[in-house]
Design a protein around this ligand. Structure first.
Ligand SMILES: CC(C)(COP(=O)(O)OP(=O)(O)OC[C@H]1O[C@@H](n2cnc3c(N)ncnc32)[C@H](O)[C@@H]1OP(=O)(O)O)[C@@H](O)C(=O)NCCC(=O)NCCS
Length: 133
């Protein structure tokens, strides 16, 4: 079955949580918090194999200068079929050609090549603050 992309925000967190629980960095998130983060995103792109959610990404943006991608996640059983590429292309499309300074993301260590194929370049001075740092 062909993979379908959607930009309809999920109405419940259940399928998203089940998908995210398959990936270490997104595992174990509270369903209510998942729902709030989906509602707080400016764009949510999902990939569907029939009724099965197999991929997500989401974007937060100020609508003028910057947009940031989060949670680019494809179910392990569906990886290397072009779904991640399609999700990222769909997520960045609304922000291209509109004078944004840049579209940003954090890659997992070792995952940079996936984004470089899509035109992203490594930033030499990225920093982040987390409560555990
Ligand atoms: C990274 C991820 C989103 C890629 O999604 P995908 O649907 O498997 O990717 P695609 O099929 O579109 O891959 C296209 C190309 O990107 C490259 N690529 C894909 N995954 C890669 C990875 N983990 N590392 C390096 N390159 C990768 C390959 O060149 C691939 O082409 P090929 O299959 O012909 O070799 C997916 O592997 C995933 O969800 N991983 C776990 C979560 C994660 O790490 N997300 C990224 C957070 S920053």
């Amino acid at each position: 079955m062909a993979i379908q992309l959607s930009t309809e925000p999920p109405r419940t967190p259940d399928a998203v949580k089940a998908l995210w629980d398959t990936i270490p960095f997104a595992e174990g998130r509270d369903p209510e918090a998942v729902m709030r983060c989906l509602l707080g995103s400016n764009l949510v792109v999902t990939a569907w194999d029939g009724e099965h959610l197999v991929g997500t990404t989401r974007v937060t943006t100020d609508g003028v200068y910057y947009a940031t991608l989060w949670d680019v996640i494809v179910h392990p059983d569906h990886q290397r079929r072009g779904i991640g590429t399609a999700l990222v292309r769909r997520a960045v499309a609304p922000f291209l050609g509109r004078g944004f300074s840049y579209i940003a993301l954090f890659s997992v260590a070792g995952g940079e090549a996936f984004y470089e194929r899509l035109g992203f370049v490594r930033h030499p001075s990225g920093l982040r603050l987390t409560e555990s740092s």
